[in-house]
Design a protein around this ligand. Structure first.
Ligand SMILES: *Cc1c(COP(=O)(O)O)cnc(C)c1O
Length: 384
């Protein structure tokens, strides 16, 4: 291999393959052993130690994609998030978290942290100054999510890193919405990057997995906690994820293009009152997104004009399916009020700007005209 930096799609396709030395097959063999020899081996392998041949290989691919020294793959995004947090937080420590968090992360913090004596504060907004306000003497970690769910708010990562460095705090980001194709927070100085691999890394709505990347030093600390919590991923699913990532660059770039088209189409549509997409100039986070992201992603949200019932609209869609999850090759929609943000009080939703009629749109790889036609016919059907 030459020293020249490898292109994204080459990393996706080739880095971290398990060589099939026996039969020279084109794809990685799957090693399902949970039992490996302990004598005359350089490494004691065991699936819960995150070091089977397939786990190691996929970790290399994900680390390379995120420009990190090391990666670990978990059984779910929440296993990745909880393990990473518990690795760095102990009794009496304090963590500052972004207000607009993924619902599962919000639940983890509000349900579990008190049991362990870990203190927390949520920001009142998503800008660096909002994080600054919450820092206390015992703060150890800043936890960010950008773009966030469902309004795609953008947090300036360089500013957050500067703030964290000043106070000697560890920074963690949930980079799920961007995917490594659109945003590499390690390059901006973030310490720990987390993914729900269930979303873009998997990309076909058939894998539950998570990933964490960071420096060797930080990842060694996470490993120590991880082997206690036991959240590793089975090698069969590891192999599926490796296969999925081969097309990550192609998929996400197609989703970026489609989402931009959809955002423009919806933005100029007379029956849509508002569109939230960082790729639109009208989005408050547009300039920051332009500076820190390589693409604006495949997620957007919009509000229908008064008089068009959002539930009826969703039900009238034929091609675009309702879905709790996101980031698959197929386009899907959901109502945050009924799903991802159902547990928040109406006041909390209002404060975050989440209206009852809001629709979150995960844009897939379909031909864009078909998606536009589907939305158009659903709006028409609502007016009848
Ligand atoms: C889905 C999701 C998670 C949780 O991941 P699981 O794989 O469902 O455990 C965390 N963060 C974000 C932004 C997500 O979309």
């Amino acid at each position: 291999m030459t020293k020249k930096k490898m292109g994204l799609n080459t990393v996706c396709t080739h880095v971290g393959d398990v060589a099939d030395k026996q039969f020279k097959g084109a794809v990685s063999p799957i090693y399902l052993s949970t039992s490996y020899a302990f004598e005359d081996v350089e490494l004691k392998r065991y699936p819960r130690y995150f070091n089977t041949p397939n786990q190691e290989a996929l970790s290399k691919k994900i680390a390379k994609l995120e420009h990190a020294e090391k990666a670990m793959i978990f059984g779910s995004g929440m296993a990745a998030i909880s393990t990473a947090m518990f690795a760095f937080l102990k009794k009496g420590d304090h963590v500052v978290l972004q207000e607009t968090l993924y619902g599962g992360t919000f639940n983890l913090v509000t349900q579990e942290f008190e049991k362990y004596g870990i203190e927390y504060s949520f920001t009142d907004g998503w800008e660096a100054k909002d994080f600054k306000k919450e820092i206390k003497k015992n703060t150890k970690v800043i936890y960010v999510e950008t773009p966030s769910n469902p309004l795609l708010t953008i947090t300036d990562l360089k500013k957050v890193v500067k703030l964290a460095k000043k106070h000697k705090l560890l920074t963690m980001i949930d980079n799920t919405f961007a995917s490594p194709v659109n945003q590499n927070p390690i390059d901006l100085g973030i310490d720990i990057v987390i993914h729900s691999a269930t979303k873009y890394l998997g990309g076909h709505s058939d894998i539950l997995a998570g990933a964490v990347v960071g420096s060797k030093k930080h990842m060694d600390q996470i490993w120590n906690t991880a082997i206690c919590y036991g959240g590793s991923l089975s090698d069969f699913t590891v192999w599926m994820l490796e296969r999925s990532i081969k097309t990550l660059g192609l998929r996400v770039k197609a989703q970026n293009r489609n989402a931009k088209k959809m955002a423009q189409f919806l933005d100029s549509h007379k029956d849509i009152s508002k569109v939230y997409y960082p790729g639109l100039k009208s989005h408050p986070g547009h300039e920051v997104a332009k500076a820190q992201m390589k693409g604006y992603g495949g997620m957007l949200s919009f509000e229908l004009k008064k008089g068009i019932d959002p539930t009826k609209f969703r039900k009238k869609l034929k091609l675009i399916k309702p879905s709790m999850s996101l980031a698959g090759v197929e386009s899907t929609v959901l109502s945050p009020t009924q799903t991802s943000h159902a547990l928040l009080t109406p006041e909390a939703r209002k404060k975050q700007g989440i209206k009852d009629g809001l629709i979150r749109f995960s844009v897939g790889i379909e031909s864009p005209q078909d998606l536009m036609d589907d939305i158009e016919q659903a709006i028409k059907a609502c007016k009848k």
